[in-house]
Ligand binder design. Sequence first.
Ligand code: ATP
Ligand code: MG
Length: 548
Amino acid sequence: MTEAAPKKEQRRKFQAIRGTRDLLPPDTALWNHVEETAHAVFTTFGFGEIRPPVFEATELFARAVGGDTDIVGKEMYTFEDHDFGELSSLASTITYRNPDIQNSHSVSSYVEQIHAFLGAYSEGLAQNKIPRTPDNERALENLRMHATRIPILAGDWTGGIEHAKTRLELQISGVREALRVIQLGDVLSLRPEATASVCRAYIEHNMQQLPQPQKLYYIGPMFRRERPQKGRYRQFYQVGAEVLENVKPDATRDAAKELTKDAITDAEVIQMVMTFFDKLKLPGVQLEINSIGHAADNCRRGYVALLKSELEKVKDKLGADSQRRIETNPFRVLDSKLEHEQPIIATLPKIADHLCDDCKTQYAAVKRELELRGVFYTENWRLVRGLDYYMRTTFEITAQGLGSQNAVCGGGRYDGLVELLGGPPTKGIGFAIGEDRLILSLQEAKDAALAAGKQPPFVYIAWMGANAYAAAVHAAKDLRAAGVRVELPPVEQKFGKALERASKLGAQYALILGDNEVAEGTWTLKTLADGAQQKFTEPHLLDFLKKL
Ligand code: ATP
Ligand code: MG
């Protein structure tokens, strides 16, 4: 008897999770080209690469990105990280049990399980393996109390069985509640963005003691539980950079000089992104800039208050989202894409008319510095970044061929964020490029293959005969060492078949090695496109291919 294979319908067909995808050849060549270009361009601007981990404490993102944002509120992949698998499954067993008051065994085994849980849980707390948070301590107390009361209540039927049942149910829901709030380990999230991580690393590694500013860039996956569509994924990639600079205690002494210095940094950062896009020949690049004022100053607060009161006046004409934002974040109403809100938004007060002198000076300097660098921009007074920590310079870059998801880069200044995360007073400016969208736009532009850069020459070795095989193995080794891409078939092929396969794989050349060639010490290189043949000795062949 042969062992039965699992029935077809029982075999699960695995697929990439919704919103994630495999990047495959030949597309990955373009991804690599984009990333290599980023390394090259950013290096010329004095940036160094940072590779933070892809998960961090949820609290870090909640604080940096903001608890009220969509990202933190509903888009993060969050999990509890702990070594207490058994304890955790015991907790869910207890949670789903419904002990029967009329069955003493059922009640006592329920209570036994609670005691078993309590034993391991309090030990974990005592050894600090489980965090000693106020919630956890309270849950411990409550569980102890319920574990004592349940056996007493279960045996006490005064007032009737129904009454006793109700009292027991109350205890059980108390147990469930205690188990629900318990955190056996740290609460972590897959990063939805990387600015928070870079700031955390800056603090953790005391980078304020290194030469300032610290100029860092990163490339890697981000995770947000959004509705997947073209240009919007749940795992997507960002190429980003941050400039972080410790604020000197005497920085306020020459405020004007500081403002110009910041403006130059802003302009350089923007210039760097534009240079990168230029190198990639990204089509239809458009840069928009704005200044959103200074949070700590009156200009931002004054403007937001004015905006809010103006919005109140037109409230009934706005959609539900904007109505809500009047309260939570009036700034974000300017972001609205709703058709019928556009004429209303057009009449709202503009921040440029309300900037304080410092912000005005800085914004003017940014524009002047961009012009000096030959960077074209348009001003968009409605360009706000939703997050509280952004200030002054904000910018966004769009590209062609992306439909409504056409933003490929967003950035801005965020002085104060490092301090908010527990670090020293620090200035910051940065951006994040959506690499998936960047690639889509390049692919739409068709000359993506060109953009993918020069591939090394591709040689297929058509060998025939045992002697030729040994020579082919050596030739493959030498050619590969010289950077040539080589395909060495593992079986002998007839000449016609070999050429056919070489073309199918996309090789440019076939290197013909038969017994004659081996005896002569010369090899024949056939150009597949036009069928031309040339004879070479090995050193000449290497020279020829290297020159390509
Ligand atoms: P959008 O308004 O398009 O949602 P965002 O303001 O959420 O963008 P940022 O957090 O500023 O985006 O991220 C910077 C860039 O990252 C965006 O301009 C975009 O190119 C890219 N990006 C953001 N979310 C996604 C996603 N879910 N899938 C692919 N790319 C994304
Ligand atoms: Mg978004």
